[in-house]
Design a protein around this ligand. Structure first.
Ligand SMILES: O=P(O)(O)O[C@H]1O[C@H](CO)[C@@H](O)[C@H]1O
Ligand SMILES: O=c1cc[nH]c(=O)[nH]1
Length: 257
């Protein structure tokens, strides 16, 4: 499939393949799992790290496309999804705990992201905040309440280096990574992940709605999880909240129309 045939270069989708509402996991393997919550789930395309499934929720077309890991592939994915008609994006993924009050298996609704990454600088100066859309935040909080989840709303640290978080001492700039991490924690940053900042900045620049819900894994002090905690923090457990949150956004759009 080539760009000139009307297909987007990386995601291999064209106008009409999907509707306006899209879930965005990082992992291509998570797409089919999410799509099983749709009516009429069907595979649409897969190229590089971007796999797409589509279906319906309450009679409205929805899709799920994987972003891959980090800002660059997320920005490419979202730009191309906008080209084919999407305008509402909900990231659903995993994140690492940063505050003592969270437990593995709690969910984090992200309202803003620390721009500890490089992609956003190709769009907007560092002074510009990476913020989520309020309708998506509210839909996700209401969904978490309805489903009886323990939920938190807060900021994510979107970083470019997974091992800068998990193995900072091995990095030549380890002391600087520790100092910055301590500052994020003292500022109340809820979780660490890798895509929200780029996604939210795209939301501002392209005037589309973006938000995210994250499964919280691990402990703020990096103590190992028990087997029970590992089970509780499986990413599959956050998917129903994302689905219900999107249903609420769709219902609110319908009521407004
Ligand atoms: O579970 P996903 O959506 O991939 O998100 C998190 O997991 C990956 C790192 O393991 C990064 O992409 C991070 O943001
Ligand atoms: O600790 C974690 C877990 C998921 N994703 C991250 O980036 N960090």
């Amino acid at each position: 499939m080539a760009y000139s045939e009307g297909y987007e270069y990386h995601i291999h989708l064209k106008q009409g393949d999907i509707g306006r509402y899209v879930f965005l996991p990082g992992d291509p393997g998570r797409c089919e799992v999410i799509a099983q919550h749709f009516d009429n789930p069907h595979f649409v395309a897969s190229h590089r790290e971007h796999t797409t499934w589509a279906g319906e929720l309450d009679g409205v077309p929805v899709a799920v496309t994987s972003t891959g890991m980090g800002g660059p592939s997320t920005a490419i994915c979202v730009e191309e999804l906008i080209h084919v008609g999407a305008d509402t994006f909900m990231r659903v993924g995993t994140s690492g705990a940063m505050q003592p009050e969270t437990q593995p298996g709690d969910v984090a609704v992200i309202n803003a992201a620390i721009r500890d990454e490089g992609t956003g600088l190709h769009y907007l100066p560092m002074e510009f905040p990476a913020v989520a859309n309020l309708e998506l935040i509210n839909g996700l909080v209401d969904a978490a309440k309805d489903l009886g989840k323990t939920w938190h709303v807060g900021v994510s640290q979107s970083k470019d280096s997974f091992y800068g978080q998990h193995d900072p001492d091995s990095m030549p700039i380890g002391p600087r990574l520790h100092e910055r991490w301590d500052a994020w924690v003292k500022g109340g940053c809820l979780v660490s992940e890798m895509e929200c900042a780029a996604l939210f900045l795209l939301g501002s620049v392209r005037r589309v709605r973006t938000g995210g819900i994250m499964m919280i894994m691990g402990h703020h002090d990096f103590t190992p999880m028990t087997d029970e905690e590992k089970e509780a923090s499986k990413v599959d457990n956050v998917i129903p909240v994302a689905i219900e949150g999107m249903r609420k956004v769709i219902a609110a759009d319908r009521a407004r129309a």
